[in-house]
Write a protein that binds this ligand. Structure first.
Ligand code: S3P
Length: 432
């Protein structure tokens, strides 16, 4: 990929100190906008993420006639129920956001109009068979307009029937598309996954008064329920916190506090992994509304020990793999990440993007199919780095660069705005 013009120079960090709060969780922000848009009444969302991905979700529902008004980082949504959406005047452009495309496909499958969903080049390369298959089984008319079941997606709404579906990959986006379609289907829709993916959809449905029955790996929803508008506070994004947590661990003498961050157990795999190799992370659970919330405290320390990340632990830390690969590169021990093929179909192929960058910095890293083997080195060296247009690769490599002795250059950083526009500002605020 060509090096973009939006490059950043990253100086080594001395240490990180201070207290931060983070913008709202991206996954939960999407779901709050979606539920608010199909609920009856006025939903008030606070601490919403203002990134481009969530803006794409907001724009999609505005284009379908939902009254949405921003007020700082709060949002007011005037919903008129699940069947009040209107046909958008043009194709819906969803930017980089796979979550938006996959989740709203479930809703659009049941509307009395046709929609076409488009994305940027990264989203246009992402696999959609995983949602097309179950939605078609429910009776939806969904067609991928590019070869290999890639977007754009053309969706013609239909009267949906319920299904009992077993997924072959753990995916919260697929599970959510099915549950959202299930809200419109006749009868009880059931979805079972091989391992538990993030359960934000199940939880937020409950918050909006929609009953979802969860039994281990199966979630079930009875069609015809009407979500009721709610006050929703979005916890700080634990995936954004991960960058500062690893930075504070790796940079000697650091000590940071992160307030009001989400700690849903389906998202905290990376904390378990880091703690198993000696990370000093203290978690103080505060309360559990529909999502658990906590304060965290992190201190710089030596990471030491062998670590294997696979199965459930991998699913619970899937978005943190780029930054965990940075931590593993400086862990005194061997880290094996097994069966991480899903990383190849994220915003970019994150196995390749991270391996290429970390090797440039002198990491001892081998890729064997979808497995990654990393032996820790004493230090990483400064380098010219590339984001590959992927926000999490960009932020992970920013943190890697902070640990080097000399300045590094990172190209193509605008992508950070998709999930965390405040990243640099918050990082600066705790850099001494
Ligand atoms: C997400 C689910 C995950 C994650 C993505 C956000 C969601 O993908 O990687 O960034 O909000 O549902 P899967 O669908 O693979 O679980």
């Amino acid at each position: 990929m060509a090096e973009g013009t939006d490059k950043r120079t990253i100086q080594p960090a001395k240490r990180l100190k201070g207290e931060i709060t983070l913008p709202g969780d991206k996954s939960i922000s999407h779901r709050a906008i979606i539920l608010g848009s199909i609920a009856k009444g006025t939903t008030h969302i606070t601490n919403l993420l203002s990134g481009e991905d969530c803006q794409a979700t907001q724009n999609a529902f505005s284009a379908m006639g939902v009254g949405i008004r921003a007020d700082g980082n709060s949002l007011l949504i005037e919903g008129d129920g699940p069947t009040a959406l209107k046909s958008p005047k043009k194709n819906l452009f969803l930017g980089n956001s796979g979550t938006t495309m996959r989740l709203i496909s479930g809703i659009l499958s049941a509307q009395p109009f046709e929609t076409v969903l488009e994305g940027d080049p990264s989203l246009s390369a992402r696999p959609m068979k995983r949602i097309i298959e179950p939605l078609r089984l429910m009776g939806a008319d969904v067609t991928a307009l590019s070869e290999g079941n890639r977007p754009p997606l053309k969706i013609k709404g239909a009267h949906l029937k319920s299904i009992d579906y077993t997924m072959n990959i753990p995916s919260a986006q697929v599970k959510s598309a099915i549950l959202l379609a299930g809200l419109y289907a006749r009868g009880m829709t059931k979805v079972t996954e091989p391992l538990k993916s993030r359960d934000h959809t199940e939880r937020i449905f409950g918050q909006f008064g929609v009953k979802v029955i969860v039994d281990d790996l199966t979630a079930a929803i009875e069609g015809g329920q009407v979500p009721k508008a709610k006050e929703v506070f979005i916890p700080g994004d634990i995936s954004s916190a991960a960058f500062f947590i690893v930075a504070a661990l790796l940079i000697k003498g650091s000590h940071i506090k992160i307030k009001d961050v989400g700690c849903n157990p389906t998202r905290t795999g990376f904390i378990d992994a880091l703690k198993s190799i000696g990370a000093r992370i203290k978690i103080k659970e505060k309360r559990s509304d529909f999502e658990p919330l906590c304060d965290m405290e992190v201190e710089g320390c030596r990471l030491e020990g062998d670590l294997t990340i696979e199965g459930d632990l991998l699913v619970r830390s899937i978005d943190e793999m780029p930054i965990l690969m940075v931590a593993a590169s400086l862990n005194k021990g061997k880290t094996i990440i097994k069966g991480a093929g899903e990383l190849r179909v994220k915003e970019t192929d994150r196995i390749s993007s991270m391996a290429e960058n970390l090797k440039c910095m002198g990491a001892d890293l081998k890729v064997d199919g979808d497995d990654i083997i990393i032996k820790g080195v004493e230090s990483l060296t400064s380098a010219r780095l590339k984001s590959f247009g992927d926000h999490r690769t960009a932020m992970a490599m920013t943190i890697a660069a902070l640990t080097a002795k000399d300045e590094s250059i990172l190209f193509d950083t605008a992508c950070i705005n998709t999930s965390f526009p405040q990243f640099s500002h918050i990082l600066t605020s705790i850099s001494t």
